[in-house]
Ligand binder design. Structure first.
Ligand code: NAP
Length: 250
């Protein structure tokens, strides 16, 4: 029997792939970083917490006899993406990165693309209201902001920038609700990461509808890996890789 497949998660796509793979009768383990105290419910076998770097992950893959890895972590989870490439190479386990395509500008968008959160923070105006939709990890870069910050997060950030207003909510969000929020709070600029996908896009559609400028943080560079853009492609890959490793039927 081939060993289980590992899905590195923390995204809606990872949870959906785990569900789809389990429905196909594949033996999969979904791994979560353990950063969210109340993660969305997931089906099937899961594990939680870091592996201890690339070496720790390679040791874990060997110990569990893992036959394939799908790295379905968030496009901005640069460390985990790099660890997955290094660990799978070391342990000799096939790897596929499931990566949703980035958003591209549409007519009417007023985007300024920047390399990282530090550059985004440098470009903030000194007054007005800025909607900061960047996630907890990147908030520190905005500690010195002079504009009023409106932050949306799933869980309360430990150290939000001083004076920031925090709204707790979990996506997906609808464009009409995002337009209402931006209007109600008098937002003049949106700062976001180019995460891609549907669930987080509404704020950009809302900014376009209201003709608001957006500072969009580009994705971090990642080491090369085989990639799939859809859950269906990743499921087909998992099926073929694990069946290739299975003993031939008698
Ligand atoms: P990161 O900086 O790339 O990774 C930091 C460390 O967290 C990794 O070195 C690893 O620890 C651990 N880790 C990350 N993903 C893991 C997983 N699926 N299973 C087990 N350990 C994992 O990642 P991050 O940006 O902090 O993101 C953490 C989690 O949140 C990821 O699962 C990601 O998919 C999700 N997420 C991130 C963002 C974002 O904008 N960054 C947005 C939405 C969701 P060890 O080195 O000890 O193995």
């Amino acid at each position: 029997m081939p060993g289980p497949s590992l899905i590195l998660g923390g995204t809606a796509e990872a949870a959906a792939l785990a569900r789809a793979a389990a429905a196909e009768g594949l033996d999969v383990i979904l791994s979560l970083a353990g950063a969210t105290r109340q993660p969305a419910a997931v089906a099937g076998r899961t594990r939680s917490g870091g592996f201890g770097g690339a070496a720790g992950l390679a040791a874990w893959l060997r110990a569990e006899g893992v036959s394939a890895v799908v790295d379905a972590t968030h496009p901005f989870a640069a460390k985990m993406h790099a660890n997955a490439v290094a660990a799978c190479a070391e342990a000799g386990v096939p790897l596929l990165r499931l990566m949703r395509p980035p958003w591209t500008p549409q007519p009417g968008d007023r985007w300024t693309v920047v390399a990282d959160a530090t550059e985004a923070a440098r470009r903030l105006p000194s007054e007005g209201v800025v909607f900061l939709a960047v996630g907890r990890k990147d908030l520190a870069a905005f500690a010195g902001a002079k504009a009023r910050l409106l932050i949306r997060a799933i869980e309360p950030p430990e150290a939000p920038p001083p004076g920031a207003e925090v709204i707790l909510a979990r996506g997906p969000f609808a464009t009409a609700d995002e337009i209402a929020l931006l209007r109600e709070k008098g937002v003049q600029l949106v700062v976001a990461k180019n995460s891609g996908g549907e669930g987080a896009y509404a704020k950009l559609a809302a900014a376009r509808a209201l003709r608001l400028p957006v500072i969009l943080i580009a994705r971090p560079p990642l080491p090369p890996a085989a990639e799939a853009a859809t859950i269906a492609e990743a499921l087909a890959w998992l099926t073929s890789v694990t069946q290739a490793g299975a003993p031939a039927p008698r």
